[in-house]
Each structure stands twice: as C-alpha cells, then as structure tokens.
Write a new protein. Sequence first.
Lengths: 334, 501
Amino acid sequence: MNASSQFSRRRFTAVVVAMSVAALAGFSAPAMAQSKYPTRPVTIILPFGTGGVSDIAARLISEKLEDSLGQRFLVDNQPGAGGAVATQKAFKGDKEGYTLLNMGNSATIRRTLMPNQKPDQITDFQPISPVAEFGLVVVASPQSGIESVQDLVKKAKANPGKINIGSVAVGSTQHLSSLLFATVAGIKVEIVTYNSTPELMGAVARGEVDVALEIVSGAMSPIKTKQVKLIATTRSKRSPVYPDTPTVEESGVAPFDVSSWNSYVAPKGVPDQVKQKLNAEIQRIIDQPDIREKMLSFGMEPFHGGPDVVSQRIQADVAKWESVIKASGMPIEQ
Amino acid sequence: MDLIANPSLGFSHALEIKNILFCFVGVLLGTAIGVLPGLGPLATISMLLPLTYALDPISSLIMLAGIYYGAQYGGSTAAILVNLPGESSSVVTAIDGYKMAQQGRAGAALAIAALASVFAGTVSTGVVAAFSPILSNVASSFGSTEYFSLMVLGLVAAVILAHGSLLKAICMVLVGLILGCIGVDASSGSYRFTFGFLELSSGLEFVALAMGMFAFADIISTVAEKTGSGPAIHKITSLWPNKKEFDAAAPAAVRGTLIGSVLGVLPGGGAALASFAAYTLEKRVSREPRKFGNGAVEGVAGPEAANNAAAQTSFIPMLTLGLPSNGVMALMMGAMMINNISPGPQVMTTNPDLFWALIASMWVGNVLLVVLNLPMVGLWVKLITIPYKVLYPAILMFCVVGLYSIQNQTFEIYIAAIFGFVGYLLVRMKCEPAPLLLGFILGPMLEENLRRTLQLSRGDPWIFVTHPISAGILLVALALLLVTVLPQIRNKREEVFSEAE
C-alpha cells in the first residue's frame, strides 16, 4: 500500500516534470529548432549525374555530415539544362537549411551567357559554405612536340591560326579558359570542342588537337599513362597534385589564375545560426585527413572560408568571365 | 605464359563464392529488367551505383557488368514473345522473333536467342581477354573524320534495314535527324528547338523517345485493334529448335558474334548498332532474303549474338583506354572512380586482379545466364499469359517508373506519352520507327564530327576522302546505297517486301 502510493506519487511528479519540459520546449520552439538543426533529413541537390568527381566529393562530405549532425544528408542528382533543373528544384525547396544546392563556377559563366534565366543561382540563393576548389591543367599531345607553355606560344606565333586547342562544351570553364589563355598570350588559335572529357583526352592523345585545357581530375589518368603531356597548371600557385609542374603564369603568360570550384548555397532565408553551423561543419570535414586525401586524389583541394568568401569569389569570377565572353562574341541567350 | 596466368588470376577471384553470388544477382536483375520494357541497364545501374560505396570494387563491378550483358538476354525474350523490345538492342530481334512466335515457334526462337547469346558471350569473353590491346588500338586511331564516315555508313544501313517503302525509310531517318537537333548546339552553345523547355536543352531523352515509339505506341495499337482479349499467346510446342533451324542459326550466330565484337569496341557503337548491323548482314548473305521479316531464324540468331558480343567487347575501350563507348560504360567508369581506380591503360598493370576478374566473371555470368534463361523460359512465358488488362497497366507502370528514374523528372514521361501517340500514327501510316531512332542516335554524332572535322581542316571537305580509313568507309556506304537504289535491285527489293507483308 505504502509502496504503491509512493510509486504513484513518483509517477505523478514525473508526469508533471515531463509536461513542463514539453511546455517549455514548445514555448521556445523557434530558438530550439535552430540550435537543434537538423531535426529532419537534409537534401543536397547536385546539378550533375552520379559518378563524377564532384558527385563523389558531395557523397563523401554528406556521409561525414550524417555522422556529426545525426541526420540523413541525401544527395539528389538533378542533371540537365546546364544546372537549371537542379536550380529550379532547389529554389522550390525549404528555406530553413534543409535544401542545399551545389553551386559551381559555371553559374558565374551563365550569369553572362543567360542573363535572364530564373531562378538565378547568384541572386536567388545565398552562400552557405565553400567546399572544394580544383585547378585546370594544360596538356599537350605527344605528336605536337610542345613541351611547355613557352613552346606553345612560340609555335602559335610562328603559325598564326594553325594551332588547335581542344575543349569541352562551349561556355564551359575549360572553353572560356582556353579563350582567356589565347587572349593573354596574344596568340591566334582555333578552339575545337568535344562532347566529353574522355573524347577530348582521346583527341589530344591522337594528336587531333595540339593542346587542351581540362579540369585536373579528367586529365589525371591520361597524364599518368603518358598519353598526353602535362605542360602547366592554371592557378597562380602550384597544384598540390603536380607540385613539380610550372604554372601558366610562371611560364610567362600572365595574369592567368583560373580554377573551378564547388560551394553549397541555399534558397534565401536560411537562419544565420543554421548557416554558421553548416559552414563550420563543412569546413571541419574538408580538412579531415581522410577526406582531404581522397579529394586530392582526384585533384580537388579544400576551399576554405565563410559564406562571404563564396560571395567574393562569385563577384570576381562573374567579372572575369563576362569580359572573356564579351570579347569572344559568343551568343548570349535572351 | 601470361595467356594462362592472367585468366587464372581472374578466375581465382571470379570463382569466389561471394563474387559468384554478386554475378548471379547482376545477371538475374539484368534479365529481369531486360524482359521488362522500360527499365534499362542504364537506369538500373545508375540506381545501384550508390551500392558500390559499400561493396569492394571487384564485386560491385562484376554485379554492374552482369546487369548490362544480362539485359541483352532478357531483352530478346520480351521482343520475341510480345513484340515489345525490352532494350533498344532487341528492336531487330522483334522483327523475326515475333513472327516466329506467331508461327508457333516461340520456344525455338527463345532457345535460339539464348544459345546464340551464350555462344557470343563465351567467344567475346575470349576476345576481350586476347585482343584487348589490339582492338583498342583500332578504336583509338579513329578521329573525327573517321567517325563522320562511320555515321554516314550507319545511316545508310538504317535505310536499307527498313521494310517497305524506301522513300518512307529515308523520311523516317530525316525526321530522326531533326529530332536529334534538339538541344544545345555543341559548336556554338546556342539553344535549338527547345521551345523554352529547359528539360530539352540537353536534347530529347533517347529512352523516352524509344519507349514512346515502341512500348507506348504498341500498347495503343493493340488496344485499338483488339478488345478485351489477352495478347496473342503462341503455344510453345517445343523449346528446342529443329535441325533445320539449328543449321540456319549456327552460322548466323558466328557472323553476329564477329560483327558484334568489332562494333562493340567502337565508341558510340555498342549493342544496339551491332544488332542492326548483324540483321542487315544476315539479310545480305541469305540465299532467301524474303524470309526476313517473316520469321527467319537467322534474323534472331545474328542480332542476338551481335548485341551480346558488343555488350561485352564495349568494355575494351573503357578498360584499356578509359574511353567509355556508351552511357553504361560511363557509369561503370564512375563506379571504378568511386573506388579510387582511375580507368585507363594502367588498370591492367595496377589492378590486374580487377581487370581479369571482371573478364572472367563475364564468362561465369554467361554460364549462369544459360541456367537462368533456358529452364526459366517457361516462367517468362507465364508472364505473357497474364491478361492485357493486368499486363499492360503493369508494363506502363514499369515504363513510367523507368522514365522517371532517368532524371527524377516527370518531363520524360510526357515526352514518352507524346511519342507514343506519334508512334501509333506512324504505324498506321506504315512508317517504321526504327530508322527514325537510328537517325536520332547517329544524327548528333554525325553533325558534331562533321563540324569538328571541318574546323580541324579549316573548311576543306576533301579531308573525308584523303584520309584512307574514312575514304574506305564512305566507299562501302556508297556501294550499299547504289545496290539499294539501282532500279533492278530496287524492284526486286520491293517485291520481296510486298510478299513479306
């Protein structure tokens, strides 16, 4: 009897405590929700299909985010229309930080090429965190006899309009970098486009084109097997993947600092606390030795900084590519 | 010595219980998705790609490869029994295979398809192992100039392949070429015929087009013609071909294997082109071309052997050069990269276990496929006894799931619906959709290679004739065209087709 009443009193107390805790929690719900973020699965939308290096990087990072934040981080591949499909889907997502979009350098090019495209990754989204940065490489065909950027420039000046530079799709980072290279070096060349990186590398290996500018990851395997010859890297500082290879600038073509990058952005309206939490986590993860090593193995370097770094980078790249596009006379979609 | 050491290294991995199991899962899935119209190996492999993060690279590649060549087996079953090619590579199998089924030889057609596939699979496994370095050299020497000429040959073949009116076939190829123009123009970056649809900027989705033209259109015409009754079920009197059929099928399977092995290595070639080419070849070498379209055994054995051989040899450029010859190979490359293996010639030296295990597993997989297919043909037949009102909604559902899974978008479903209607109209007008599809596939490659070649030659069109390989291919195309258009032969051809109908 005695025991039983004691028990029920204890139970009563427990219920009261639980209720008041619940009430408290309900009372301060908005604040709690933010500091508790994430309370449900987060979707990272990628504007490309499965299997590429950026996809692999996103999956590596999302796995780590799941471990540290305790929620599912779903990677949602939405390829098509040069990223517009993914952008539209992300734009329709929530604004609480549960929908992230992988934004790349290509958005800064589209800003000029397709100025009226809505929603726009730059104006309709806000940066959350930089993720990865990857330089390009200049490779030459073994048949061309070109051993360095100096050789290339000399040969192009001696034979104006005779050199073929291979590139992937018109309006890609690779294509605009080729245009920029020709302008800065003051040479006249023909830029020949290919459908995909493997096709482009095959064309360089066969000697169909003399040189090509390509993202590191796409050129790593043909460089390793000596099908193509690596002659320079495109950033101002040397590439951590190829520290013994000179940069384009060191080879006398300056100013030339080109790299591609990935950042996570979200539809505007994400609370500051959520933004900071995600930024801090992602920055911590990209510096973890295993992730860093894996990303480096396919030519990606960690891209450090806060959301402001992304904003600055966007501004700088929009300006850079705008001048290249305007000078080249490429068609602009209205 | 390596000739023995390498395959035995491969078999030591491929015959591990775990890997046999993954191989089995792969070929079983492959057969199933091959039978079901709509879900293709591309969709299935991309859906399973995330699995490779958890599995070790050898097991996952063995499984994914099994899906691809397993699908070539399964595709023929649906083509023969219901005239619904499960895969684009089984389109031609449906022509004569379905006719055989209508003549009461469904069992024989299925057995011939399976046996021809096994034969081709076994031979091409040997081809992959023995001729990897040699064959990849052939493909790697092809430049834009040679590819343009190859595409021209492909289009000429598409016209010759068609039944009935030559004019209609040419029109269909041209419609295909126009449809292939949709999307971003590779040379200037501007949008063509997208009508403001962002989804169209990367072009019409092939799977949606093919599924609409074949699966959807076929369902509409069946529903329009018959009411209530189930699909034409053809009694399977014997699973085994008779001696006459076997004698006709055997040399066709050998020819199909040869042509498939060669075409599989060429980028952009692959299983579909191989089966088209093999069918054309069989028609050419046959003493009685009028049998074709009318239940010719060779029309089943040749293409089936060819698509299987091509499915396997298309691994050669991917494994030896790092050049994927088609979408499936691109996904396989992705699976390797997930596991930190960069595809290319070095795979043979840095990961010999993976390279040879994959090749050995193809042979293991072919043996598994015989076990899976021949005794279970009865089971696939049961699938067909399901009445229309159950089967067709189910097929449509699988198609729709498959269409949605291509890009996780409903847009492809609408495209397939539109082309289902268009395809139905074309059937009513006696226009064949196959040349249209080939035009659609080859058109963009033709254009790109043409423009690229002219860019490289600075506008000089003679480059196509001065390059010897290109000139040779163009000559073959011209000869084929002349043979078809010459009045004497043309009359004969039309006679043949009118009798066939």
